[in-house]
Design a protein around this ligand. Structure first.
Ligand SMILES: Cc1ncc(COP(=O)(O)O)c(C=O)c1O
Length: 424
């Protein structure tokens, strides 16, 4: 059986894979810079970068070189032995997060599981030392932390949790940016408050300074932990290594993943020395996590971001992107809001129908974006994006919104001519 053409692959997948994904009918075979290329050699401008993963774009020589070098030397050891990568990477990440210690996993959700286990174990340690502290997690409405059981239990949308119930107990959700609700739900029963400084799947929504400061103050007052999920908003995407650094607060634990390995799967948990007291050998582990290959690539990615000043670049191009979206919003009333930081950007539209249509129309123009939270167009481009790429995207959006507005007013005119809608 030949499996090289899109139709052949679609048919085979429909028969052979679990039906978890509703894929776009596109077969990609290679990539270069900010472009990903399909089987016919057609180039797509990728403003989503594999959902925030391909920070250095495609075919980056730094990544290819790190993979080639490390794969010739050593790919896997297990965590029974030392290799050269983990301490080197931990050095870089502890420095950039202002935390003390690291644990390496293979994905975002695994990093988050470790963070949750650390919080429960830390509360247990405090109880054994005489502090009255419970086991409850406070998560935030619209949060997304992943698909494994712990992560999904702290993920807000019921559609992700409900089919698998009962999920991990002891999680309560606080209304987004509602300080009074946070205060009301916080007590000595809480072992951790779980935040994304800028929610990703929840629609690129930043927490307010007031909310984060209160979460920090409340946790500090009882020995509970503040845990910042930086899997989507961290590692430089917002123009700082961590999005919480825009708020001037320090969490007790943070999690990184997506862009960390530039496309190679790796997740990381960073925590303070105080939190680390809760773990000892054998309490947590992974076969693959923090392997030599993933660490070598992550080190190369971190060093390249630093050397090329990509944080400042993300801020500059991101600000330009938002400015251009705002001028677009001034011309198209369907754009209700433009928000984000650095290269984590959203344009909220006035209908889910228009958002779906816009993603499809952008695809026809060979530009990849996606839609989250029904009405929010999300842009998570590679950090190497240039202003010219932004201009291409803005011109395409302008065309799409103009056509849509034209079609909508033609529909209204014909409805009017036909006697208008009937109200009974
Ligand atoms: C904020 C956040 N946390 C956790 C996850 C889960 O990461 P992964 O898909 O690598 O398991 C995601 C993925 O979208 C995320 O955006």
């Amino acid at each position: 059986m030949e499996l090289t053409k899109l139709d052949q692959i679609r048919a085979a997948e429909a028969r052979l894979l679990l039906s978890t994904y509703d894929r776009n009918p596109l077969l990609f075979v290679s990539g270069q810079g900010v472009h990903i290329i399909n089987e016919n050699g057609e180039r797509y401008l990728d403003l989503l970068s594999g959902i925030g993963v391909n920070a250095l774009g495609y075919g980056h020589p730094i990544i290819e070189e790190a993979i080639a070098r490390q794969s010739r030397a050593l790919i896997h050891t297990s965590n029974l032995y030392y290799h050269e990568g983990q301490a080197e990477l931990a050095l870089r990440l502890t420095e950039r997060t202002a935390l003390d210690r690291a644990f390496f996993a293979n994905s975002g959700t695994e990093a988050w599981e470790c963070a949750m286990k650390l919080a429960r174990a830390h509360a247990g340690l405090l109880r054994s030392e005489g502090t009255a502290i419970g086991t409850k997690f406070l998560a935030i409405e619209q949060s997304f932390h992943g698909r494994t059981f712990g992560s999904v239990s702290t993920t807000y949308k019921e559609k992700y949790r409900e089919p698998f119930g009962p999920v991990v107990p002891g999680v309560e959700f606080v209304r987004f940016n509602d300080v009074a609700d946070l205060r009301a739900k916080f007590s000595s029963e809480v072992c951790a408050i779980l935040i994304e400084a800028i929610q990703g799947e929840g629609g690129v929504r930043p927490l307010t300074q007031e909310f984060i400061a209160e979460a920090h103050a409340l946790t500090s007052s009882t020995g509970a932990l503040l845990i910042a999920d930086e899997i989507q908003c961290g590692m430089g995407r917002t123009g700082k290594w961590c999005a919480y650094q825009h708020y001037g607060i320090q969490p007790d634990i943070t999690t990184l993943a997506k862009p960390l390995g530039g496309g190679i799967p790796i997740g990381a948990v960073l925590c303070s020395d105080e939190v680390e007291r809760a773990f000892h050998a054998g309490m947590h582990g992974t076969t693959f996590g923090g392997g030599p290959l993933a660490c070598a690539v992550a080190i190369a990615v971190v060093d390249y971001i630093e050397k090329e000043n990509l944080l400042a670049h993300a801020t500059g191009v991101g600000d330009y992107f938002q400015d251009q979206l705002r001028s677009l919003a001034a011309r198209h009333e369907a754009i209700l809001d433009v928000r984000g930081k650095g290269l984590m950007i959203a344009a909220e539209l006035d209908s889910a129908e228009l958002a779906t249509l816009t993603v499809a129309e952008m695809l026809k123009r060979r530009i990849l974006i996606n839609c989250t939270s029904d009405t929010v167009l999300r842009f998570l481009p590679p950090y190497i994006l240039e202003r010219a790429h932004v201009d291409t995207a803005i011109a395409a959006l302008d065309e799409i919104f103009t056509e849509y507005a034209g079609a909508a007013s033609a529909n209204r005119a014909s409805a009017h001519a036909a006697g208008g809608p009937h109200h009974g």
